[in-house]
Design a protein around this ligand. Structure first.
Ligand code: COA
Length: 146
């Protein structure tokens, strides 16, 4: 893979590919289709993606709120999972956030993905709850402690 990581603009060149990946990885497996109104703060969010040649293979979004914010829509293409791409996306995003003065990242992890975030230093900050009918858990990480 000739991987490249970059921030993209909503409505820029790679945005359609990002939405397709999110639909395929996050929505279709739970029997839903992509809802453009689901995240009203999407345009105020950072969109960090992994591109392999002409294919977008991973993405993660971040909505800043003061010196904290929410990481969401973390997705790696099915045939690229388990190769360190998710970790590289989160670490690349966190590096950029530190430069912007963000000190804390919060996320709503699907319980099935919680061990992935634990491996990256995130800890649970809520009981498990249902979101879209799927068990979730809020998790956090202090970037200032890196
Ligand atoms: C969850 C996801 C983003 C992880 O990305 P990935 O590229 O497959 O993960 P990586 O290869 O970078 O894994 C990093 C580490 O986490 C572990 N890991 C990854 N996914 C895991 C999971 N679901 N359960 C347990 N461990 C997991 C890996 O084994 C690896 O461990 P290591 O530190 O021993 O090497 C990806 O599998 C995915 O898109 N899944 C479907 C969508 C999803 O669940 N998104 C998250 C919604 S909250």
């Amino acid at each position: 893979m000739a991987l490249e990581f970059r921030f993209i603009e909503p409505d820029g060149d790679w945005y359609e590919a990002e939405k397709k990946l999110r639909d395929a990885v996050l929505r279709q497996p739970i029997g839903r289709s992509f809802d453009p109104n689901e995240f009203p703060f999407e345009r105020e969010s950072l969109h960090f993606v992994a591109v392999d040649g002409d294919r977008l293979v991973g993405c993660v979004l971040f909505h800043p709120r003061g010196r904290s914010g929410r990481l969401y829509q973390m997705a790696v293409a099915a045939d690229c999972q388990g190769q360190g791409l998710g970790r590289a996306l989160v670490r690349g995003l966190e590096e950029a956030l530190v430069e912007k003065g963000i000190v804390e990242v919060v996320l709503h992890a699907r319980v099935t993905a919680a061990p992935f975030y634990t491996r990256l230093g995130y800890t649970a900050s809520s009981e498990d709850y249902l979101e879209l009918g799927i068990p979730h858990r809020e998790m956090k990480r202090r970037l200032a402690l890196c």
